[in-house]
Design a protein around this ligand. Structure first.
Ligand code: TYD
Length: 137
């Protein structure tokens, strides 16, 4: 696994494969730096849709575009970045304090999300002012 240099949280994992096709492996702890408690995927999203608009108190996440592509806007109160997820070997690790918005979904996009905690609506910070209050310095 190689850490990409320009964006510290974007990892590139090894792609295995032979004449039969490709195979990519994700392992808890080895690839993903947390225990995986929940998996969900976002698909069938229209290209003009922007979603997310939240951060968390506890949940860490790993985002992988297993099909197609999308972009992710990140804001950790100190740095704002746009990341392109356009390959099934790219993994974007989101910390709880990463405000994130997903956009520019390709029609075939399947965005797989591995999460460190079970779903809990109370773990979401959906108000940007609250996000700055909690995480801004
Ligand atoms: P939402 O958080 O609005 O999606 P996004 O942040 O990508 O815009 O989630 C959509 C709906 O799905 C919302 O009613 C909450 C529900 N949901 C669950 O029940 N469990 C989950 O693990 C997730 C991620 C969402």
């Amino acid at each position: 696994m190689k850490k990409m240099t320009d964006i510290s949280k974007l990892l590139e994992i090894n792609q295995l494969g032979d004449e039969r096709g490709l195979l990519t492996v994700i392992e808890e702890k080895t690839t993903i730096p947390f225990e995986i408690k929940r998996i969900f995927y976002i698909h069938g999203t229209m290209p003009n849709v922007r979603r997310g608009f939240h951060a968390h108190y506890k949940t860490r996440q790993a985002l992988i575009c297993v099909s197609g592509s999308c972009k992710v806007y990140l804001d950790n109160t100190k740095r704002k970045t746009d990341v392109v997820l356009d390959s099934p070997i790219k993994i974007l690790i989101l910390e709880p304090n990463d405000w994130h918005e997903m956009y520019d979904f390709s029609p075939n996009c399947v965005l797989l999300v591995l999460a460190s905690h079970l779903y809990d609506a109370e773990d979401y910070i959906r108000d940007y002012e609250k996000f700055i209050e909690v995480y801004g310095s």
